[in-house]
Design a protein around this ligand. Structure first.
Ligand SMILES: C[S@@+](CC[C@H](N)C(=O)[O-])C[C@H]1O[C@@H](n2cnc3c(N)ncnc32)[C@H](O)[C@@H]1O
Length: 408
């Protein structure tokens, strides 16, 4: 008996439907066999404003292959990762209604799918002679360390109510991710993952993008019991941040008005001071060292203390007659002394670029992790003395604050 078509289907609709199912089956098979390199959907005709293309590629996250969807808008890109079943289900909602063309690139073949104005689906496949492989390591570099859908991001104005990054906040989003990436690596090395109670202090917390991100990382991502304290000079920012805590109904995070120079606290495990002005960074580091913090992270700014003290041999005077050079020299000397002082007091210290210059000009990070069985490092103390002598430096705030912190 000849099969009859459903009355609502014409034979051309039937064949288009078959072609589409064939395309989905091919995608599914290539995903399962880990041969899918890239799928690009284009000719968007759906309701999202300014959406142009969608690019899907494999990415390895925590040793599992996921599918990265990069939604390409006219002015920005948004990324989401899915497991295979969710990725396929989402694709079925997008084709053929919203995107009218797709390019499927696999290890040994390429397939082009187009949907005509009358809704006819056309498939065109060809084998390719040079085999290609998916670059999942490259994709790994773009891995996000904070879930874009987290409510704190919307409350702080980084994402909109649909969870999309607000274009003007794209750099802040990158900074938040970079910061959590650095913190995550330091936490793994520190042994803090086993801590039953964790205290994190953020000095000069400002609008607290990174303070909320740390709370989310410790309490949501790691599921630890953590107490996060943001300390900020400006009362209006403290109120703003505490209101956000209440609005999000969060526990384990609060903000206090205070000056890091006089703030007293104990038992800090992670001490953070990001872009705290001038010697506020020294006071924060001193507090971290004295309280025995396992991790100290700071991104210094405004290096005013050392600049007027610098004296150099005559041969270098013309170089430093330019204010910008003198400022750079003062910054390098100040942060080198801070790094050495941390080394001297039992910390393994790294100084590196926090986030590239295109996002913010304050781009340096000093990251210190406490060594086990820390003792005073006399070699570092000797190096500090030599540098101070060379540059003619009489006083450095952190050095003074740390006096007596550790007996040799
Ligand atoms: C440039 S903002 C940085 C905010 C935030 N840490 C970040 O990186 O996004 C520096 C903040 O530190 C605060 N601050 C400066 N000196 C301080 C001090 N001595 N004690 C507490 N907060 C201070 C300022 O009010 C300002 O909000």
């Amino acid at each position: 008996m000849t099969a009859t078509l459903p009355t609502s289907f014409t034979s051309s609709e039937q064949s288009s439907n078959t072609e589409l199912q064939r395309f989905f089956s091919l995608i599914e098979q290539l995903m399962q066999e880990q041969q899918l390199i890239r799928l690009v959907l284009s000719k968007y005709q759906g309701p999202a404003l300014q959406l142009r293309r969608l690019e899907i590629s494999p990415v390895e996250i925590k040793s599992k292959i996921c599918w990265r969807f990069v939604w390409q808008y006219q002015t920005n890109h948004q990324t989401q990762n899915y497991g295979a079943a969710d990725a396929l289900a989402l694709l079925r909602t997008l084709l053929p209604e919203e995107f009218k063309a797709a390019q499927l690139q696999a290890n040994a073949s390429e397939t082009q799918m187009t949907i005509s104005k009358k809704g006819k689906v056309l498939l065109n496949s060809k084998k390719i002679s040079t085999k290609q492989t998916a670059d999942i390591s490259h994709n790994r570099e773009k891995q996000r360390f904070v879930e874009q859908s987290r409510p704190f991001l919307t409350a702080l104005g980084v994402t909109d109510v649909q969870g999309r990054i607000i274009p003007a906040m794209a750099n802040k989003w990158k900074q938040i991710n970079k910061f959590i990436e650095i913190l995550q690596a330091a936490v793994k090395d520190s042994g803090l993952l086993q801590a039953t109670q964790l205290h994190v202090a953020d000095f000069g917390s400002g609008k607290a993008y990174l303070t909320f991100a740390m709370h989310d990382y410790f309490c949501h991502t790691l599921g630890l019991t953590a107490k996060i304290t943001g300390v900020e000079l400006r009362q209006n920012l403290v109120d703003l941040c505490n209101n956000t805590v209440a609005k999000l109904n969060l526990s384990g995070i609060h903000f206090e008005q205070g000056d890091v120079k006089h703030f007293q606290t104990r038992g800090i495990n992670v001490m953070v001071a990001l872009h705290a002005c001038d010697v506020a960074t020294d006071y924060a580091i001193n507090m971290g060292v004295r309280t025995g913090a396992e991790i100290i992270m700071c991104s210094p700014c405004c290096h005013k203390e050392i600049r007027p003290q610098i004296r150099l041999p005559d041969v270098m005077a013309p170089m430093l007659s330019h204010g910008i050079h003198l400022g750079q020299e003062a910054e390098m000397v100040t942060d080198s002394l801070r790094a050495l002082l941390l080394e001297a007091h039992g910390y393994h210290t790294k100084v590196f670029e926090f986030i590239s210059l295109e996002h913010t000009s304050k781009n340096k990070m000093i990251l210190a992790t406490k060594r086990k069985n820390a003792v005073v490092n006399s070699e570092a103390l000797q190096q500090i003395a030599s540098i101070k002598q060379f540059y003619g430096i009489k006083q450095q705030c952190l050095e003074q604050l740390l006096q007596g912190a550790f007996q040799k």
